[in-house]
Ligand binder design. Structure first.
Ligand SMILES: Nc1ncnc2c1ncn2[C@@H]1O[C@H](COP(=O)(O)OP(=O)(O)O)[C@@H](O)[C@H]1O
Ligand SMILES: CCCC(=O)OP(=O)(O)O
Length: 366
């Protein structure tokens, strides 16, 4: 049997995770955490490129890997133009769109850039991405907002939502494509998707759109108050953006992005932490209800995943509110690296073909 060596790279808002796989076997997995202070030294996500890429290469060399033998480099896909689910070969157009951040700024924009850089150092290596955060399968009816100038964007934790949904389908002995699932990724950002027979037909924009607030994001906010705030002239556009992504949610209320810390503060009797934690759980439950409506109530299961799903108090709170819809299944944590590696392996084994990044729908900017 051929042995395929794969490097999977997942740049997140506060961490860079990477792993080396030899076929299905994980040989190394590392999570490098970046403090807010560390990241604040860089003007933009793009300016973090050398720092994050350097840490990965240094760690591989330090661990004694024969880097030249790794021919499949796969990164988390960023905020390029929307794509259908799948594996994509990194090409120049994708690199340009990720660098520009045509759909916004997020650490995942570094996924294709770092993968491409490393692949270029290794003779015969290729760079890929899979199920990027702009994976877009939503129904036309779900795209409309209340004003034609604004379109809903499908920006969510596609990689982990899809991987966990497939894992769940396997556990219950069904095909993912045969099930209707509501999947909630509960991490630093939160997204809740309606997976209808293998397609995410509706989902909240988990970055800077609608839906529940999260440990570091504001979720949907009252539009009128936001407009007034923007024109009061007290804050720059960048500062207001940070209120929504990075310094919203728990960070704004409780000055921490650690859901674990908030859980412990609530357990210790901190009433404010308790109320904010309950409010987040309440909003997540409401979003699950919305996605159940999207599927006309025909839901086979509700799947909770992501780091925050380790919090049993929070998952029980949600379960009490939504179990009338369908049974709730909890898969705490995320394994986006394994999901990336499996996608690369399927390409290596010719079980699937890497697609070309050539987005059809270029949204008119408003
Ligand atoms: N045991 C736990 N209990 C509660 N929250 C936890 C626990 N473990 C991790 N978390 C929280 O999960 C969040 C990170 O989730 P993760 O899915 O790794 O995030 P991301 O999607 O941002 O990569 C953090 O806020 C962290 O505090
Ligand atoms: C919703 C886009 C992807 C995202 O926000 O990922 P993180 O929660 O890992 O920052």
């Amino acid at each position: 049997m051929n042995e395929y060596r794969i490097l999977a790279i997942n740049p997140g808002s506060t961490s860079t995770k990477f792993a080396v796989y030899y076929n299905e076997e994980c040989k190394l997995t590392k999570t490098l955490r970046h403090s807010i202070t560390e990241l604040s030294r860089y003007k933009s996500i793009l300016h973090q490129f050398d720092y994050r890429k350097g840490m990965i290469i240094d760690a591989l060399v330090e661990e004694g890997f024969d880097v030249d033998s790794i021919k499949y480099i796969i990164g988390r896909g960023g905020l390029t133009y929307p794509l259908e689910s799948g594996v994509y070969l990194v090409n120049n157009k994708m690199l340009a769109h990720a660098s520009e951040g045509v759909y916004g700024q997020h650490a995942s924009n570094l996924g294709p850039l770092i993968a491409d850089f490393i692949a270029n150092q290794i003779p015969g290596a290729k760079a890929f991405i899979a199920d990027p955060v702009v994976t877009d399968e939503i129904d036309e009816i779900a795209r409309l907002t209340g004003h034609p100038k604004f379109k809903k964007r499908s920006i969510f934790h596609a990689l982990n939502q899809k991987a966990t949904a497939r894992l769940h389908a396997k556990k219950v002995g069904k095909d993912y494509e045969a099930l209707n699932l509501v999947v909630a990724h509960l991490g630093g950002g939160i997204s809740v998707g309606a997976h209808k027979k293998g397609r995410v037909v509706d989902v909240n924009n988990g970055l800077d759109g609608d839906g529940p607030f999260s440990p570091e994001r504001s979720g949907g906010l009252p539009t009128g108050q936001i407009i007034d705030w923007c024109f009061e002239g007290k804050m720059s556009k960048e500062e207001i953006r940070r209120m929504v992504v990075g310094e919203g949610g728990y960070v704004a209320y409780l000055k921490t992005n650690s859901a674990k810390e908030v859980k412990e503060r609530a357990q210790a009797g901190d009433a404010e932490a308790g109320l904010v934690q309950d409010a987040m759980a309440y909003q997540i439950a409401k979003s699950i209800g919305e996605m159940a409506v999207v599927m006309d109530g025909a839901v086979d299961g509700i799947v909770l995943t992501g780091g925050v799903a380790y919090n049993e108090y929070l998952t029980s709170y949600i379960e009490k509110k939504v179990s009338f819809i369908a049974p709730v299944f909890v898969y705490p944590g995320e394994d986006e690296l394994e999901a990336l590696a499996q996608n690369a392996l399927r390409v290596a084994r010719s079980e699937t073909q890497a697609k070309e990044y050539s987005p059809k729908m270029i949204e008119q900017e408003v």
